[in-house]
Design a protein. Structure first.
Length: 727
């Protein structure tokens, strides 16, 4: 189409007027100046001149028309429209002006208004090619291809060589042909879908084969082939489904009758025939339930088996075996009540065992004491009966042991008195009271040789010399530090190591100094520095690691060294919520998404289902492009906190597609995802990133036409196809 009709009929001169009468203030003068500037494409000056002309003459129709042309040629369509409208107010039947106004509307995208103006031009000028061509182009852009073809043919009847119209006619005829193909495609495709809904698989296969003949685009052919494959599989698997239902229903019946072993067998067979993934999941859930019940049954049987055996051993006073059996019963207990009963009996068995051992010890020492009395070994007898008294459990046992102890002591004293008197008689000395001095029998007193006093003094001098030398050694003296530690003078011991470190930073000084600081309960900056070096050398000191981790958490440190300390601390306390939270943040800041995801997954499993944990876990899953069942749970939880997160909505819809979920809960997600994908297709097309545009177009297409028939409404499907068709 020509951009604008530039021909202007200059009929403004009035016959008989003397040109010498025109001045610079005359409207015609400015009009002619505007024409001159417009011919030179100096549109700003032309507009200035035309506006002066119309200010001098409000009824200057041609000046308004050409002012509109100048604005039009500058691309200022709104102002051009205003100028053309003013020209038409002056002369509604003016030639060219309606066509010019139609062109301005056309380039603004106001196709209905453009058509209306072009048709007004044709009433005045029936053979105006530009008006005819403009109507054809407007109808083409409105996708009304039949009308576009009709008007393009009218142009070519007048001018068969009008190239632009020839091209537009060819494009309209091609678009109309494609539309008819698409209509046939959708006709057979929708019939195929309807047949599938009614489970008429043979008809569905026939309809999809016809749709395949008319499919205009490659990805549509691929989608139909997927449907064909699905229909064929369903046709071939009718018997499989029957078997699946048969075994599944039988398993349900056996669950109700609590025939767990048979139910497991039935569900395993149902699993073999389950045609869909969600059905397999359902069967596995039932298998899990049955296995749990079977294990519970076996566990209960084992509990009562060991519990009853324990009771039997208690009645037989076989305490060791009773303890073993009740411990086994506790392992198999299903309820707190069962555990409580077994623990009570276990306590009873342990008490019985203690009493039994006490009695055995009592009898053992009592019998040995009696033997020593018979042997008249009174001192040993006293010791044995004292031991028997420790193990006596009844008053009677205590009284018997005390009687025998008293007897042994009397005999022991008598024997000592005899020995003392015998010695006194030998030395002609008066006897000594045995209660004041205890004299060992001659046979028991070993003969000791006297040591030389010179030797003793030499030994003492040597020790003093060694001690003096140790104290005079250089400042770092491990022995001196050990002496201070033995004396519990921790500050002095610490100063020795601190002085040594300041002179010679040997790594083995740090663990020793760190242990001294622990005894002093120091957590100042200097102590933390020493703990850090010590933990670096040996990360297995639980207390030191905890102090260091607490300090780093308090200071909110998330550097590489802090992360190492947190990891060491986590080894000792794997479920520490605070440590897990700060480690998750540290990994996220460092860009280590895999480790961050594992930390947040652990927090989630520990019940920390808050916004921070869920959002971070969601971000990690989105980066990994996860679409599994765990991801679905997290995405659904995250959607509560971020309902407008576009990436999350699209990922969740893909996860639903991946798992074949088509129920009503997914309606809103599918609908939102389709809208977002449509917008992204447009955006990426504008950026000329066709790969991305195709990616999101295919997601939208899958949702609307493959996974959500009957879920996403017709309006949404139409909007998606509008985007894809334009593409």
């Amino acid at each position: 189409m020509r951009y604008v009709i530039l021909a202007v009929i200059l009929i403004g001169m009035v016959s008989g007027v003397n040109q010498d009468g025109f001045t610079q203030e005359n409207a015609y003068y400015y009009f002619t100046q505007g024409e001159k500037y417009r011919a030179e494409k100096n549109y700003d000056m032309a507009i200035n001149m035309y506006e002066k002309a119309v200010r001098l003459n409000d009824d200057y129709e041609m000046a308004y028309n050409n002012l509109g042309c100048a604005y039009y040629e500058k691309g200022m369509y709104d102002k051009a429209i205003d100028a053309y409208k003013k020209a038409l107010v002056i002369n509604p039947d003016a030639k060219i002006t309606h066509s010019n106004l139609g062109c301005a509307y056309y380039y603004k995208g106001m196709y209905d208004e453009a058509i209306q103006e072009f048709k007004k031009e044709l009433k005045i000028n029936p053979n105006c090619i530009d008006a005819l061509n403009g109507i054809g182009c407007a109808y083409y852009n409105k996708e009304m291809y039949d009308e576009a073809i009709m008007w393009c043919k009218k142009v070519l009847e007048i001018d068969p060589n009008y190239i632009y119209t020839k091209d537009k006619l060819a494009a309209a005829e091609k678009a109309l042909e494609e539309r008819k193909l698409r209509e046939n495609y959708w006709k057979w495709y929708n019939l195929g879908i309807e047949s599938m809904h009614q489970k008429r698989w043979n008809e569905a296969i026939e309809n999809f084969n016809k749709a395949l003949e008319y499919a205009p685009m490659e990805y549509e052919k691929e989608m139909i082939q997927d449907r064909l494959k699905e229909a064929k599989i369903n046709l071939n698997n009718e018997e499989v489904k029957k078997n699946y239902r048969k075994w599944y229903n039988l398993g349900i019946e056996q669950i109700e009758q609590k025939r767990w072993e048979e139910a497991i067998e039935s569900f395993n067979k149902a699993l073999e025939y389950a045609p869909m993934e969600y059905e397999k999941i359902m069967v596995r859930e039932k298998l899990k339930e049955v296995n749990a019940n079977l294990n519970k049954k076996i566990q209960q049987e084992n509990y009562w088996k060991w519990y009853n055996l324990g009771l039997e051993r208690i009645s037989q006073k076989s305490w060791e075996q009773a303890i073993e059996y009740f411990n086994n019963a506790i392992k198999y207990a299903n309820t707190w009540n069962e555990k409580g009963k077994a623990r009570e009996r276990l306590k009873e068995a342990k008490t019985g065992l203690i009493m039994k051992r006490q009695l055995e010890n009592y009898q053992k020492w009592y019998n040995i004491g009696m033997t020593r009395i018979n042997q008249k070994r009174w001192k040993d007898a006293v010791e044995n009966f004292n031991n028997a008294l420790k193990y006596a459990t009844t008053e009677n046992e205590k009284e018997i042991a005390q009687e025998k102890l008293k007897e042994a002591k009397v005999n022991l004293n008598n024997e000592k008195e005899k020995q003392i008197r015998a010695i006194a008689s030998l030395k002609n000395t008066p006897p000594i009271n045995p209660n004041q001095t205890e004299i060992k029998s001659l046979q028991q007193i070993p003969i000791k040789q006297k040591k030389s006093w010179v030797s003793s003094i030499s030994t003492i001098a040597s020790l003093l010399l060694i001690l003096i030398l140790l104290l005079l050694l250089p400042q770092f003296n491990p022995i001196r530090a050990k002496i201070y530690l033995w004396q519990k003078k921790y500050d002095k011991a610490a100063s020795i190591y601190e002085n040594a470190i300041s002179k010679d930073k040997k790594v083995w000084y740090y663990p020793s100094l760190a242990n001294i600081y622990l005894k002093l309960d120091r957590i100042d900056e200097e102590a933390i520095r020493v703990y850090d070096r010590a933990v670096y050398l040996n990360p297995n000191n639980r207390k030191m690691v905890k102090i260091l981790a607490d300090y780093y958490i308090k200071e909110n440190k998330i550097g590489d060294r802090a992360i190492e300390v947190y990891e060491d601390a986590l080894k000792f306390n794997t479920d520490n919520i605070q440590l897990l939270n700060i480690l998750g943040m540290a990994y996220s800041n460092r860009g280590d998404d895999k480790k961050a995801a594992s930390i947040y997954q652990r927090l989630y499993e520990l019940g920390q289902i808050d916004e921070i944990v869920v959002s971070n876990l969601c971000k990690a899953y989105l980066k990994e492009e996860r679409l599994d069942e765990k991801a679905i749970l997290i995405y659904e939880e995250a959607l509560k906190y971020e309902p407008e997160n576009h990436d999350l909505i699209i990922a969740l819809s893909q996860a639903y597609i991946n798992k074949g979920i088509k129920d009503k809960k997914t309606v809103e997600i599918y609908r939102k995802s389709v809208g977002l994908c449509s917008n992204l297709v447009k955006s990426y097309k504008e950026k000329n990133d066709l790969d991305k545009a195709r990616q999101y177009a295919e997601i939208a297409y899958k949702i609307v036409y493959c996974y959500s028939i009957g879920v996403v409404d017709t309006l949404v499907r139409s909007s998606v196809m509008g985007v894809l068709n334009k593409w």
